[in-house]
Each structure stands twice: as structure tokens, then as C-alpha cells.
Ligand binder design. Structure first.
Ligand SMILES: [Zn+2]
Length: 244
């Protein structure tokens, strides 16, 4: 049963075709782990909290800096110097106090991931480095937890729903690619668009709507074109391949 408050808060999506109270209950029961509260994590967390995801777990180890604010919309000027985890908690609990939000100011590694993502129905990759993506990927494949990946590179972005043993994993996609150290160029609206798509993919997966989420979606913010590229599993993948 939904409370009167919930009936009102979610009224406009409850009347949506193929959504309704059944979908709302699925969102309420869902647990989502969001890795990163930066440019992608902002729209992801905003829209998941607004939609009524029952249990939202967010992790970011960084502090808010002035140079974050062109794109990291969870945080404001007054939050500079504070942990992004604390700033994110304030913003999201103000938006929706009826859901459970847990934010963590720790490093995601092989040990902490098991605690952070414990019981998650789906995980969202809002990271800015490949090394931590591999940590997320390893946990995703090992536990069979779907992962919504996105990455931004200047005017270009990519996005994919990765389902262990059904689709490629991060390792299949990235291979041996390494992180670079220099700051990557980014206009805030690009992770805004792509993070919003991640939230949509997450919600659709949770309510059992599996249409339209196949392949790697590639966004060119220069030409405003989306392209869908089919992606295949690497049978020799050291993470999801059959030899592991
Ligand atoms: Zn793989």
C-alpha cells in the first residue's frame, strides 16, 4: 500500500501508461548503488531519488571544489570544502525525505565494494576513472548484478546497460585501457544528458521494461546525434569469459 503522501508525490508517473502502482512498488523495494556523486552521479541521484527508489546508496570520496561546479549539480558554492557524500545527502534528502538514502565518503576498492553494493538490484557507474570501474565490474560479474555504465570524453559520451553473462562487461569493452592524469574537458550539460539516460535505463530495468536498452549508445554532443553500436562479449575476457 502506498501512503497518501506517496500517491500525491508520484501522481504524475502513476498515471503513466505501462507504469502505474505496480512499477512504483518495484521502485520502492529497489536498492541502487551509485558509484560517484559528480557530473554523472548528480542527474542519476536526482532522478532516482525523485522517482522514489526506496534505497539509494551513494559513494564518493572527494570533497567539493569550485572547479566541480560547472557540472556537479548536487553541490553548490556553500558546499565547497565539504565531503561530496555529505553535500549529496543534504540535497537528496531535501528532494525526497520518504526514501532511504545512505551516502559514504570512502574509497571504492575490492573490499569496500562488497559492503557498498551489498543487496543492490543494479549499480550505476558514475565514475571518472577506469581503475575503479574495474572494481565495480568485478563485483557486478561475480554477483550477477547489472551495471549501468557511462563515460564522458569531451563532446563525446557512451552509455550501456551491462548484464553479466548476457552482455559484454567493462573489461570486454575497455580491455587494457589506462587512465590519464590530466583533467578531462567537460561541459556540464553532457554528463547531465547522459546521467539522465543512466537514470532512465536504471528505472526501466527495475520495473521490468527491457525495451531499447541494447548495445552501446554513443552520444555526439557536437552533432546532437545518438548512435547505437552493437557490442559483443570477449570470450577470452579475464573477468566474464568462460575460463574464469
Ligand atoms: Zn568481460
Amino acid at each position: 500500500m502506498m501512503s497518501e503522501n506517496e500517491q500525491i508525490r508520484y501522481q504524475r508517473q502513476l498515471i503513466l501508461p505501462r507504469f502505474g502502482e505496480e512499477a512504483q512498488q518495484k521502485l520502492k523495494k529497489a536498492r541502487v548503488f551509485v558509484a560517484g556523486a559528480g557530473g554523472l552521479g548528480g542527474p542519476v541521484c536526482y532522478y532516482l531519488a525523485a522517482a522514489g527508489i526506496g534505497h539509494l546508496v551513494v559513494c564518493d570520496r572527494d570533497k567539493v571544489e569550485l572547479s566541480n561546479l560547472n557540472r556537479q549539480i548536487l553541490h553548490g558554492t556553500k558546499d565547497i570544502g565539504e565531503a561530496k557524500a555529505d553535500s549529496a545527502y543534504r540535497t537528496l534528502s531535501n528532494l525526497n525525505p520518504d526514501i532511504t538514502i545512505k551516502t559514504h565518503n570512502i574509497t571504492i576498492d575490492d573490499i569496500t565494494i562488497a559492503e557498498l553494493a551489498n543487496g543492490a538490484d543494479i549499480m550505476v557507474d558514475c565514475l571518472d576513472n577506469i581503475a575503479t570501474r574495474h572494481v565495480l565490474n568485478w563485483y557486478s560479474v561475480r554477483t550477477g548484478t547489472p551495471l549501468v555504465h557511462a563515460g564522458i570524453d569531451g563532446w563525446h559520451a557512451q552509455l550501456a546497460l551491462l548484464i553479466p553473462q548476457k552482455t559484454p562487461c567493462i573489461k570486454c569493452l575497455f580491455g587494457e585501457a589506462k587512465d590519464t592524469t590530466e583533467p578531462k574537458p567537460v561541459l556540464g550539460v553532457v554528463p547531465g544528458i547522459v546521467g539522465t539516460m543512466q537514470a532512465l535505463l536504471t528505472i526501466k530495468h527495475l520495473i521490468g521494461d527491457h525495451s531499447g536498452g541494447n548495445g552501446l549508445m554513443y552520444f555526439d554532443a557536437g552533432s546532437l546525434q545518438w548512435t547505437r553500436i552493437s557490442i559483443e562479449r570477449n570470450k577470452a575476457c579475464t573477468v566474464c569469459g568462460s575460463n574464469n
